[in-house]
Ligand binder design. Structure first.
Ligand code: NAP
Ligand code: MG
Length: 473
């Protein structure tokens, strides 16, 4: 059993002001895997006070000093990689093959990217007689979700550390273990006391204590639209910056060419990665109408090839994160059938032989773009396939969404892919599987405000100062 009953505040592991704990459930066994302490306003106040006190010194450190600590963190991260992978599998059910590769590597990628950028970032730039200076914004509240726990935490914490901010992290109750290990790594490397602090607990309590706190200058949030809106409202009274990375219902457009069926198979398998619990998932697959019948067989085979089971074994997919997510996904599947969606693979209930654990069948539906299952984020291994007549129709369907986080365009003619990508109202569009740690990530429309990753991630945590008359005329 894992015990995460202390908080990391001011460079020390401390007990909560009021003792209170909650169990953490392993989604593969439905049994407790450990417990966390639930913090209160008093713990947040102590953590914010530590971050505030540390800010003047940390923000004045040199780039070289911060680089040295971040580079030491690379070695510590490598040393703890196995622990991180195991923690992620246990907390949110990712198959160990995925947890030990993508989950762990994404966090490391944000660390090495932050180092690369910090090595050459221009914090000052003379424009005419004016010096434009970028300065760390101050104390940051980081509120993260459970679905890619290290990715979401590292994409916030490492740029914030790199630019000289101090911070309080509120990890998700469902996935607290990897965040605990991150705090241990930061402690082991010896960042100055108060630079990084972590308080576990309920979002409605710890999260809102951060959003409303007068000494917190920025809140960076990743999670649901509903909570993102609440945080913006809570933050309004203290006029802090709010960065929101919210949901998506992204289109994966397969162009009509000889590679289409292969792309359809890849998109189907891709949707099932991380059990579909990815905000940027290509959850609406747009296929040429005349290929739909052929595509059904391809998609059924691709979905049925996804092995589901105990995530500590060699499977592609473990359980979804919790009973409540399992129930939500089952409701979406049943409602889609009632709405007349055509089931191609999967469907309601657990896969055969998996009676314990929150396992969901890799599921594929043919839908239109108006059914709730095609408009709302399911956050499970459920793919909506929508036929299109021509490329204008595909673009129209792709953009007919309240969200605008990601998009995918696959096809042999790269120029045709680019033309489609330009027309999609989303912040992050991958052509033929393109991926880049230095590319900005974030959404249009209800997918949020702001951009993370790479240089754009730095700018989230920086204020801009203009010093006029810096050069004498
Ligand atoms: P969530 O319920 O929004 O929770 C996210 C975090 O916010 C958790 O740490 C949660 O704490 C905390 N929280 C809850 N209520 C709060 C409040 N009133 N004030 C401040 N913080 C609060 O989301 P989730 O269930 O973890 O994740 C699923 C959703 O997140 C999906 O809609 C998905 O699309 C979205 N998501 C988006 C991205 C992206 O990058 N755009 C990435 C991942 C997920 P608890 O631990 O108490 O729940
Ligand atoms: Mg929630």
């Amino acid at each position: 059993m894992r015990e995460c009953t202390q908080f990391y505040i001011n460079g020390r592991w401390v007990d909560p002001v009021q003792p209170r704990t909650a169990q953490v459930i392993n989604p593969a066994t439905e049994a407790p895997s450990g417990r966390i302490s639930l913090g209160s306003q008093a713990d947040v106040d102590a953590a914010v006070a530590a971050a505030k006190a540390a800010f003047p010194v940390w923000s004045a450190t040199s780039v070289a000093e911060r680089l040295e600590l971040l580079k030491a963190l690379v070695a510590e991260y490598e040393r703890r990689a196995g622990d991180l992978g195991a923690a992620i599998t246990e907390e949110m059910g990712a198959a160990s093959g995925l947890a030990n590769t993508f989950h762990v590597h994404l966090g490391m990628g944000h660390l090495t990217t932050a180092i690369e950028i910090l090595e050459k970032y221009q914090f000052e730039e003379l424009r005419g007689q004016t010096m434009i200076r970028k300065e760390p914004i101050g104390v940051c509240g980081l509120i993260t979700p459970w679905n890619w726990p290290m990715n979401q935490t590292c994409v916030k914490a490492f740029p914030a550390l790199a630019v000289g901010c101090t911070m309080v992290l509120k990890p998700p109750q469902l996935a607290p273990y990897s965040a605990q290990i991150l705090a241990e790594m930061i402690d082991a490397v010896g960042f100055p006391a108060g630079v990084f602090n972590m308080v576990q607990g309920k979002g409605s309590e710890i999260g809102s204590a951060l959003s409303t706190h007068p000494d917190v200058d920025l809140v960076s949030f990743t999670g649901s639209e509903e909570v993102g809106i609440q945080i913006a409202k809570d933050a309004a009274g203290t006029v802090k910056r709010v960065c929101q990375e919210l949901g998506g219902k992204s289109a994966f457009i397969v162009l009509d060419d000889a590679s289409a069926l292969d792309n359809i198979a890849a998109a189907t398998g891709g949707m099932m990665g991380n059990c579909g619990q990815t905000c940027s998932a290509g959850s609406r697959l747009l296929v040429p109408e005349h290929l739909l019948e052929q595509a059904k067989g391809v998609m059924r085979s691709a979905a049925e090839a996804v092995t589901v089971g105990d995530p500590t074994t060699d499977v592609a997919m473990g359980p979804v994160v919790s009973k409540s997510q399992f129930d939500i996904i089952q409701r979406y599947i049943n409602d889609a059938i009632d709405d007349g969606a055509e089931l191609v693979a999967g469907g309601p209930g657990r896969p055969d032989g998996l009676e314990i654990g929150y396992y969901v069948k890799p599921t594929v539906f043919i839908t239109d773009n108006q059914m709730p299952i095609a408009r709302e984020e399911v956050f499970g291994p459920v793919l909506c396939v929508i036929p299109y007549k021509d490329i204008d129709h595909a673009v129209e369907i792709a953009n007919d969404s309240d969200f605008g986080l990601a998009g995918y365009v696959n096809g042999e003619d790269v120029e045709a892919c680019r033309a489609v990508a330009r027309r999609i109202r989303s912040g992050w569009i991958s052509i033929n599987g393109g991926f880049d740690f230095h590319a900005p990530f974030g959404g249009y429309k209800k997918s949020g405000n702001g951009r993370e990753w790479g240089e754009w991630g730095f700018e989230e945590y920086l204020e801009v100062k203009a010093m006029l008359g810096y050069e004498a005329s």
